[in-house]
Write a protein that binds this ligand. Structure first.
Ligand SMILES: Cc1cc2nc3c(=O)[nH]c(=O)nc-3n(C[C@H](O)[C@H](O)[C@H](O)COP(=O)(O)OP(=O)(O)OC[C@H]3O[C@@H](n4cnc5c(N)ncnc54)[C@H](O)[C@@H]3O)c2cc1C
Length: 392
């Protein structure tokens, strides 16, 4: 008998999870707190580990239609613009890992997943459904929302992001996310609005003391997404991913950058800010599931974006969870969730730890920075490629 699963949260992870589980024949109620499903206007890089799983969900053609396919990853000094390392992406990644490296607009990826979920008859979507309370018994989970609606299901999947409420069900003692002291500023522009010299078909990364910047194409190359992350006091409400900001606020944190990077920053309109929080890496499978409750994506393992894999890990979780549940029935769910957690926690912990370390390396100054630059120049693509990650 198929299971009836409740999913809290309709972000990239929750939608991917609902789709993957519905494709195994299960019935899903997905509860999203927002009044309308949607995503903010930033970009997401998808390594081949993530695109491979999206392809397996039947989304290859629709993903191809919205994505940009960057030719290369090029890392430079933020001060001098000199190239520190370069790794070809494009065909060489597809050939090596069996799936492409893509860059997408978050809203496009979210809309694509939402469309796939909507056209699948077994997923019911509820909006304005902010999960407030969860009660579990041996064979049932009851969820109630702040507006006093209630749902019952065989199990609950918490895909409710960094500030997860469902997470309390798997923790003995509730803990809060930690402030990283880093803020991300991001902006998006049509490439046609940029001077030719600033347009780009690759992933560009600039490294400077206490900051780094990333720019990459989205929307089939029509848009350019720029993110600058700097060590700075938290800006505004930590829970608000979309705070209005400005180039002046950004440069108060970074100072002026080298000429080339500065020209790009000067050209970008409408800066938005995002205060970065994370959690220490998972230490055990129990951090991802307990009984009839499983966590997925940022709810389980929020991370800093310095490996560009938070959404990637949420997508990996989604397909791994569906594989563990398979076509099993309600009675099998606790064992399936335990299997899922055992299969996923170490990889998620490794990515969390590596993302954190990348931040230290990217933002280094003094001798560490000199050593980093020497190593990057000497090793190039060998240092940027991540077979353990992209091939996983
Ligand atoms: C600057 C920046 C750049 C990034 N770049 C990349 C990148 O290039 N590649 C990459 O893979 N990742 C990237 N990430 C990480 C990625 O954005 C996240 O890891 C990913 O979005 C997590 O997805 P999620 O579905 O788990 O959580 P979320 O996207 O946070 O979704 C959670 C959903 O749950 C809903 N919700 C919350 N609470 C409740 C509740 N109580 N009841 C009901 N619904 C609720 C929310 O409204 C939301 O829709 C980046 C992050 C940042 C900050």
């Amino acid at each position: 008998m198929p299971a009836h699963l409740l999913v809290a949260g309709g972000g990239i992870g929750g939608l991917a999870g609902a789709l993957a589980l519905a494709r195994k024949g299960h019935r899903i109620d997905l509860l999203e707190q927002a009044a309308v499903f949607g995503e903010i206007g930033a970009g997401v890089q998808l390594g081949p580990n993530a695109t491979k799983r999206l392809h397996a969900l039947g989304l290859a053609a629709s993903l191809d239609a919205i994505a940009a396919k960057p030719e290369a990853l090029v890392v430079r000094s933020a001060a001098s613009h000199s190239v520190l390392a370069r790794m070809p992406l494009g065909h060489s990644v597809s050939e090596r890992y069996g799936a492409p490296y893509l860059c997408v607009h978050r809203a496009d990826l979210h809309a694509l997943l939402l469309d796939a979920v909507r056209t699948h008859g077994d997923v019911a979507l509820a909006t304005g459904a902010r999960v407030a309370q969860v009660q579990t018994s041996d064979d049932l989970v009851c969820v109630s929302t702040v507006d006093a609606r209630a749902w019952e299901g065989d199990a609950l999947i918490g895909a409710d992001g960094l500030w997860s409420v469902v997470r309390q069900q798997v923790e003995d003692v509730a803990t809060a996310p930690r402030a990283t002291g880093h803020t991300a500023w991001r902006a998006l522009i049509a490439q046609s609005a940029l001077p030719a010299a600033l347009r780009s078909g690759q992933v560009d990364v600039w490294l400077g003391p206490q900051l780094h910047a990333v720019a990459y194409p989205v929307r089939g190359g029509e848009g350019l997404n720029v993110v600058v992350i700097a060590e700075s006091a938290p800006a505004g409400d930590a829970r608000d991913w979309d705070q209005a900001s400005s180039l002046a606020a950004l440069q108060q944190a970074t100072g002026r950058c080298g000429t080339e990077l500065q020209s790009l920053l000067d050209a970008m309109p409408d800066w938005r800010a995002w205060t970065l929080n994370d959690r220490p890496p998972l230490t055990a499978a129990e951090g991802m599931a307990r009984g009839r409750v499983a966590l997925l994506g940022d709810a389980a393992h929020p991370m800093v974006p310095y490996l560009a894999q938070g959404a990637g890990m949420a997508i990996e979780d989604a397909t791994a969870l569906a594989d563990a549940v398979g076509r099993g029935g309600p009675a099998d769910l606790p064992d399936a969730f335990a299997l899922y957690a055992a299969a996923r926690w170490q990889r998620n912990a490794r990515v969390q730890a590596r993302a954190h370390r990348n931040g230290e390396i990217f933002h280094a100054s003094g001798p560490v920075r000199l050593g980093r630059d020497l190593a990057m120049r000497a090793l190039g693509a060998a240092l940027l490629d991540q077979p353990w990650l992209y091939g996983g």
